[in-house]
Design a protein around this ligand. Structure first.
Ligand SMILES: Cc1cc2nc3c(=O)[nH]c(=O)nc-3n(C[C@H](O)[C@H](O)[C@H](O)COP(=O)(O)OP(=O)(O)OC[C@H]3O[C@@H](n4cnc5c(N)ncnc54)[C@H](O)[C@@H]3O)c2cc1C
Length: 469
């Protein structure tokens, strides 16, 4: 009889350590790299969701505006090609996080979140982007009884702010999804669900090109300086002169001396099963196909793909110096604990399930866990990022407000606290690495061992990080 580590290694034996989302699509040629000096009104740096939404909205707002977007590698190289892609109505990493960071603005931020999702849906329809959207809603579950209070708090917030939400007891959750460890949940049923992020990001790229955005891949930003009223950006073969620059480099910004004071590059891991058979689907239920996550910081989240694979994620890690692509994550070992969590969640599938893909992706983490803005060069260069674990749809909102800040537009959003203030400092190396490692270890072992771990977690909470056990 195999132990669960051996069983996990067997289930990972034929796994591809690449993102399923891009692997499941036909390869496409990159746009050419920039070869000649150029100039533009707006330069967007970074070809993930945030950069693409910035470029699209800039051209939609003003078709005369010359917009250039440069991406260091290929579009979707970063988090945007690798998420679980559970779509949330929230633009501030969940309704509970909104209440935590901006308690006076919850109603307005929730309204903006609803408006954002409507705008998101309208854009997807306008450009006929086929991206497997399923409006199954988002569901938060309690593992055992420990998270029931959090679930209740979320439910009350949902009611207060007008969500179409239901609260589920253990039997109610089991009727939705069969897992012996889910003891309760709350399900917000509208304006959220799941999407194929690879198809979405490619569709947005096509939309940007159609709108006249000049897009260059394999064109990294190397340096920038301001002369007079324009910013000159150096790339390997050419320079770009721009009046405004929107920096949408997410976790990579943690490599920047100033930005990194408030942004850390964390890794999060995902595994994807082979497609489930009809019999296996019956064993898990899940007929409403919600995006699901639990209440803990070392949480697990899960969803179905269009061809009925289970995507299962959530083993945060940190690598020294904000490494955004550690080689370690291309081997089975770092995924073993995630597979073991999968077995605990779906024991009925454990005996036969195999994982087709496993990968990790960079998260731009801040103490707020939501988008913020850092201004450079007298406000003509703005960094927009730090979406942490919820940026697939929030990045459309983040990009829209980022543009308004860059344009110094006096709109209600730019006057709100989230747009005017920045998150707390995160200590530099080596304290960042040491702190992250101790925190991850404490979270993993707190239940069995207790002791100093509780004190440590309380201290990290006091630094501003929303750690939930
Ligand atoms: C494992 C995982 C699971 C997630 N699950 C969810 C989820 O279920 N729901 C959800 O809403 N969100 C989720 N997220 C978060 C979401 O994916 C991100 O918030 C979102 O994709 C961020 O988009 P972005 O454009 O800011 O960053 P990115 O997509 O990371 O884009 C940044 C881009 O900048 C480029 N770049 C870096 N340096 C340079 C340079 N010098 N010059 C030019 N370009 C450069 C990079 O190559 C990259 O393409 C998840 C993320 C991960 C990693």
């Amino acid at each position: 009889m195999m132990d669960s580590t051996e069983q996990a290694l067997t289930a990972l034996a034929k796994t591809s350590f690449t993102t399923y989302w891009l692997d499941s699509l036909d390869p496409v040629a990159d746009e050419p790299a920039l070869q000649q000096d150029t100039s533009c009104d707006l330069l967007v740096i970074g070809g993930g969701f945030c950069g693409l939404w910035t470029a699209i909205q800039a051209r939609e707002q003003d078709p005369e505006r010359e917009v250039v977007l440069i991406e260091a590698k290929s579009v979707a190289n970063g988090a945007s090609g690798r998420p679980a892609a559970i779509m949330s109505t929230s633009v501030m990493h969940g309704i509970d996080n909104t209440e935590r960071i901006f308690p006076d603005d919850v109603a307005e931020l929730e309204r903006l979140g609803r408006e954002n999702m409507d705008g998101f849906q309208a854009t997807v329809e306008r450009y006929a982007i086929d991206c497997d959207i399923e409006w199954g809603g988002e569901m938060k579950v309690s593992i055992g009884d420990d998270g029931l209070d959090t679930v209740e708090e979320d439910y009350q917030l949902y009611l207060k702010y007008g969500h179409d939400a239901v609260k589920l007891d253990q039997a109610g959750v089991q009727a939705e999804i069969k897992s012996p460890i889910f003891h309760g949940g709350t399900w917000s049923r509208k304006r959220s669900g799941t999407v194929h992020p690879g198809k979405l990001v490619r569709g947005l790229k096509q939309a940007a090109l159609k709108l006249g955005v000049k897009l260059y891949e394999n064109t990294p930003h190397l340096s920038n300086h301001k002369t007079g009223d324009s910013i000159t950006v150096q790339t390997p073969r050419a320079t770009i002169k721009a009046y405004k620059v929107l920096l949408a480099t997410n976790a990579w910004a943690a490599g920047h001396r100033h930005i990194s004071r408030r942004v850390a590059a964390i890794r999060d891991r995902i595994i994807v099963t082979e497609p489930l058979s009809e019999a296996q689907m019956k064993q898990v239920g899940w007929q409403h196909r919600q995006g699901i996550y639990d209440t803990r910081t070392q949480l697990n989240y899960m969803r179905l793909t269009a061809d009925n694979r289970i995507l299962f994620g959530g083993r945060l890690d940190y690598f020294y110096g904000n490494d955004t692509d550690p080689a370690l994550d291309k081997t089975p070992q770092p995924f073993i604990r995630l597979v073991q969590s999968f077995y605990r969640t779906f024991p009925q599938l454990a005996a036969e399930i195999k994982f087709s893909h496993a990968w990790s992706g960079p998260i731009g983490l801040t103490t707020r866990m939501a988008v913020h803005y850092q201004k450079y060069h007298d406000g003509d260069m703005v960094f927009a990022g730090g979406y942490s674990g919820f940026g697939v749809t929030a990045s459309r909102f983040g990009a829209r407000v980022g543009l308004a800040i860059l344009d110094q537009a006096d709109i209600a959003e730019t006057r709100m606290q989230f747009a005017r203030t920045v998150p707390d400092y995160i200590p530099p190396e080596p304290f960042r690495w040491i702190g992250a490692k101790i925190t991850m270890y404490a979270l993993d072992t707190l239940d069995e061992k207790g002791g100093w771990r509780k004190l440590w977690v309380t201290m990290v909470q006091k630094m501003g990080f929303p750690i939930t056990l």
